[in-house]
Design a protein around this ligand. Structure first.
Ligand code: B16
Ligand code: MG
Length: 220
């Protein structure tokens, strides 16, 4: 039997933490006098913490020193960690846990491929840690999405050739990372934003493992 792997992004695929990222960035933006909307927040999805800060400051061309930037990123993260402290398994997005369980039962290897440095903290809160054969997060990668590093490391950690791996992503930067790594991907969410994905669905409860495998096996 061919060795196959599914690689899951975390924020926006398994749990909706985007709202908490938004609250924390908005609080920082307010302190800095920067106008920051939910639409602006879309640009931060899947993007690393420091790059997110650069995008936020860039909205109004605000210049800060490197040490100030590190301090702002730490402050935002402290607020964010407070907000996600109450996550429980009830916050798992519909269908995600069942889908991963079913894939495991069918001997598909499961990896996490997240930009977040808080990924393991979140997985533990959701009590999902045990479902993953490999976990690659923002602490293990040097290059952020759309660079494919996080997914290539995921495939390598699973011991599955990258062409036999399927990525599940909610962010444009993540879809591009999968494509840049030569992997097929399923986009979760908005069809306009995720247009480059091989297939787009509105949530993990809208796709079956059989359909995902069909996409992976389709050599086109
Ligand atoms: P942290 P993902 C990403 O997670 C988020 O989508 C993105 O909004 C966030 O800036 C990034 O993680 C870094 O998160 O500040 O917790 O390290 O979607 O790749 O799972
Ligand atoms: Mg995401």
């Amino acid at each position: 039997m061919i060795n196959k792997g599914f690689i899951f992004d975390l924020d926006g695929v398994i749990v909706d933490t985007a709202k908490f990222h938004y609250i924390a960035w908005k609080r920082l933006a307010n302190e800095l006098g920067i106008n920051f909307t939910e639409e602006d927040n879309e640009q931060l999805k899947g993007v690393s913490r420091m790059q997110s800060l650069e995008i936020l400051l860039g909205l109004e061309d605000v210049q800060k020193s490197e040490s100030e930037k590190l301090q702002f990123a730490k402050q935002k993260n402290d607020w964010y960690v407070d907000l996600i402290g109450n996550l429980t398994p009830k916050d798992i997005m519909p269908g995600a846990e069942d889908f991963i369980n079913e894939a495991s039962k069918r001997s598909i290897k499961i990896a996490l491929g997240s930009a977040s440095k808080n990924a393991l903290f979140i997985l533990n809160k959701l009590k999902l840690n045990h479902l993953f054969d490999a976990r690659i997060d923002g602490n293990q990668v040097a290059k952020a999405k759309p660079d494919p590093e996080v997914f290539l490391k995921g495939a390598e950690a699973l011991g599955v050739p990258k062409e036999n791996c399927l990525v599940f992503e909610d962010a444009q930067a993540g879809i591009e990372a999968a494509i840049n790594g030569g992997m097929k991907c399923i986009g979760l969410g908005n069809t306009d934003i995720l247009a480059k994905a091989n297939l787009i669905v509105s949530g993990m409860d809208k796709i079956t493992v059989s359909q995902a495998l069909e996409l992976l096996d389709n050599k086109k």
